[in-house]
Design a protein around this ligand. Sequence first.
Ligand code: NAG
Ligand code: NAG
Length: 512
Amino acid sequence: MWLFDVYLILHCIYIAQGAKILGIFPVLSKSHYTVGNVLLKELARRGHDVTMISPFEENNKPPNASYRDIKLKFEIDKEVKGLNFFSRTTSHPYLSTLFLNYIGCRIVDQSLKQPIIQKLLNSDEKFDVVIMDQFVVDGFSYFAEHFGAHKILLAPTVANSWVNPLVGNPAPPSVVPELLMEYTSDMDFFERLQNTIFYLFAELNRHLYFFPRQNSIIQQNVPNAKPLSDYLYNVSLVLVNGHESFTYSASSVPAMKNVGGFHVSATGKLPDDLKKYMDNAKEGVIFFSMGSHLQSSQFPIEIRDAILRVFSTLKVKILWKWEHEELPGKPENVKLGKWFPQQEILAHPNLKLFITHGGLLSLIEAIHHGVPLLSIPVRGDQKLNAAIAEKMGYAIKIIYDDFEENKFKNALDELLANPVYKKNAVYRSTLFHDRPMKPLDEAVYWVEYVLRHEGAKHLRVSSLKLSWYQYILLDVSIFLLAVAGLVIYVSKLLFKKLCCNKTTRKTKIKRS
Ligand SMILES: *[C@@H]1O[C@H](CO)[C@@H](O)[C@H](O)[C@H]1NC(C)=O
Ligand SMILES: *[C@@H]1O[C@H](CO)[C@@H](O)[C@H](O)[C@H]1NC(C)=O
């Protein structure tokens, strides 16, 4: 018996230490890559053999670890880089859904056509687990099927209607705000109405257009591939970049783990010149960055000048991530930089405020360090993030499309003068840090758990076996209604018969 135990333990150690892991993070957005890259590097550091498919490259591979890049090249890269994301079309939720579908389909199609990917698919390499980006690239599910690997989805956003159904997570649109809308989980009637209409639109879009399209792309590029519907829902685990400290609290099935914030690394040192600059800023510092994807140098000139006018009235110093050499009309108190060490700046005690696009990674880093926000959401999930942050009381949001100089000035004055925002940010930060284990350790734990338990099939909920009408009990409701109808009908008949009989008897008696 003990021999068997030893075998089991050795087996677990073997699997947990030496698994072959394939990461697929093909989206051209650095934030998607970052979450995948942080997790996969950590898995490599812990002895797994990691291969990463993405349009980026890791220049700082973990030492003595097995981490290989398979680098994708896209034509679409140029199209996306040429876009000005401050234009209104990219921020409209319905148009944005269609745009993301288009991008997602192009990415899967262009990836599958690349010789480097065809070579991998035609090799006899095996993988134990595939960890892939959960974001409009569902066709990559085929890779888990192809390599006979367990599939783990990593959602770089909070849980949402793209990922919830894949593991049967209950998420009615009455309480779960859509990713591209601007609501929190507390919605009034009209918000619930809008949220539901968008949800239905997104569901129809997924099932009538997006999944069939992704399937046909696989069929075109991989001869004899099984249809997507055979394995789309065959998911071992979903890792979600959410946590109650910075997003609304919601249901999670056992196969869905909220490991939000795992990308935040230990804070390093500020470079000397910046440290001196921030140490000497007696009135405090504001950090202003629209993230890695949006370039604040693409702001329309009116907005840029309005921002500069407001900044010139402030006593605090401002660090502005600005991608050009020059900024005409730049006031004394503004310091520009093409790149800033964001986490180290957020950690500095003189930092008063972070002006951000409200991208989830930036927001999480701010919460990690307890810094209040002025959010200027532009697109994607930024409006949702901003709405939640404002509701939690550590942020003010100004939706980019509604930007006005006086709104911006009033928000800044309020955030700098009223200590309640800082207090709420610090409160959220304590919640963020109060967890049984660090989120990165937890993410690694669950990946290895899936390996130890061969796909962790026991985590799956039964709702995955039902069709939608069975799940919402439409069949049972119709049956019950039919039975109720029948009972009423039969009772009516009986009643009629009974009282008619009585009246006929009475009339008969009278007549006689
Ligand atoms: C890497 O492995 C070599 C040889 O096993 C060892 O000498 C070296 O210290 C290791 N480096 C790190 C950073 O672990
Ligand atoms: C589902 O995935 C598991 C690996 O986790 C695999 O063994 C199984 O064959 C897959 N099932 C289907 C129907 O694709």
